[in-house]
Ligand binder design. Sequence first.
Ligand SMILES: *[C@@H]1O[C@H](CO)[C@@H](O)[C@H](O)[C@H]1NC(C)=O
Ligand SMILES: *[C@@H]1O[C@H](CO)[C@@H](O)[C@H](O)[C@H]1NC(C)=O
Ligand SMILES: *[C@@H]1O[C@H](CO)[C@@H](O)[C@H](O)[C@H]1NC(C)=O
Ligand SMILES: *[C@@H]1O[C@H](CO)[C@@H](O)[C@H](O)[C@H]1NC(C)=O
Ligand SMILES: *[C@@H]1O[C@H](CO)[C@@H](O)[C@H](O)[C@H]1NC(C)=O
Ligand SMILES: *[C@@H]1O[C@H](CO)[C@@H](O)[C@H](O)[C@H]1NC(C)=O
Length: 321
Amino acid sequence: MHSTVTATVTAFSFLLAICGIFFYFLGIPSIVEKDITAFRRLDNDAGGFSSWKEALIPLQFNVYFFNVTNPDEVMQGKNPVLKEIGPYVYDEFKSKMEYTFDGDTVTYMLQEKLYFNEKLSGCRQEDDIITILNVALMGTAATIKKTFPMGITYFNQAIPHLFLGKNTLFKGSTVREILFDGVTIYCNSTAMAATTVCKAMVNYLPPQIRKLENSSNFAFSLFYNKNKTATGPFKEIRGIKNISNVGTTIEYKGKLHLEVWQENSTCDLVRGYDLSALPPFVNPQMNLQLFVPDICSALHGEFTGEGKISDIRVFRFTGDT
Ligand SMILES: *[C@@H]1O[C@H](CO)[C@@H](O)[C@H](O)[C@H]1NC(C)=O
Ligand SMILES: *[C@@H]1O[C@H](CO)[C@@H](O)[C@H](O)[C@H]1NC(C)=O
Ligand SMILES: *[C@@H]1O[C@H](CO)[C@@H](O)[C@H](O)[C@H]1NC(C)=O
Ligand SMILES: *[C@@H]1O[C@H](CO)[C@@H](O)[C@H](O)[C@H]1NC(C)=O
Ligand SMILES: *[C@@H]1O[C@H](CO)[C@@H](O)[C@H](O)[C@H]1NC(C)=O
Ligand SMILES: *[C@@H]1O[C@H](CO)[C@@H](O)[C@H](O)[C@H]1NC(C)=O
């Protein structure tokens, strides 16, 4: 898990992509407090349980890229000229599977499904070509460095075989390739350097690299796996003892710590509400933290004002890391 996360973080930093997650939710007057409490706790016969299992309203997953507009000049030593492009908007549906109750906690696996939202993406399409640092190259290098450090000496020689074309450091790929379909890593060459790197990779594939079917090649993408396989397990509080704690994540992958940030630091603690189980009776003073496994961290929500949605009074909280 450690190296998986490192690969994710590496991929993110090289991609220079920012995923913005904005959220807001409803504040409910506490007249029917008792009913709401019974409705919202995580239990088979609680009215709100089906929407915890299967979120009907998608979250918006916004992806931004920094397009390198002068890759050839950068290769000659000039500074890159970056242009932010986005958002590419995806609807993200979350569902919980294989849940089991244990006292006041529930353990489950999370399956996410992403669908491109053409309307909200405006003029941006999934086949737009973006020039960024070659994420597949960086991902492969990171994998080899982790699993077979000696292999890294072959890596430079292997690059022209693994990534066809002349400027292999910057690569134009479609948004869909970078995020889901994958940028191809060619393993059909018989050159020694290439076969060494390819063999080393087979033994340990991070979630971002997968072997392509009926082919010796691999593909690197950021979210193919997110859309395909469930993650977890997550353990969170059911809110039976105290409804204010419903949805608080207390363990991820069987651990209290993420093991990504500094050991024993607050950053490294698994903490924050599950997005689909925010507690009832939210108030502006509340310390609203959300657990976001995508970035191995908790996001803090800052109260930024009141508003109205369909005549219902709402509190708006805005994410700030
Ligand atoms: C990104 O920059 C490249 C030049 O490096 C350009 O060809 C491409 O059209 C740009 N992509 C978008 C979506 O603007
Ligand atoms: C995610 O997977 C579903 C099928 O499980 C598919 O219909 C959908 O197109 C995939 N999303 C993306 C963005 O590839
Ligand atoms: C590997 O496959 C690519 C794409 O199919 C092809 O262009 C290339 O020539 C192949 N390389 C070798 C050494 O066969
Ligand atoms: C791979 O090969 C199998 C058997 O020949 C075939 O059924 C399958 O459709 C192929 N998959 C792809 C992605 O081409
Ligand atoms: C319920 O939990 C909240 C938040 O952790 C805490 O402030 C409150 O005192 C608790 N209530 C009871 C009755 O323990
Ligand atoms: C973290 O906490 C554990 C258990 O309390 C302790 O054994 C370990 O030495 C701590 N690590 C650091 C770096 O403080």
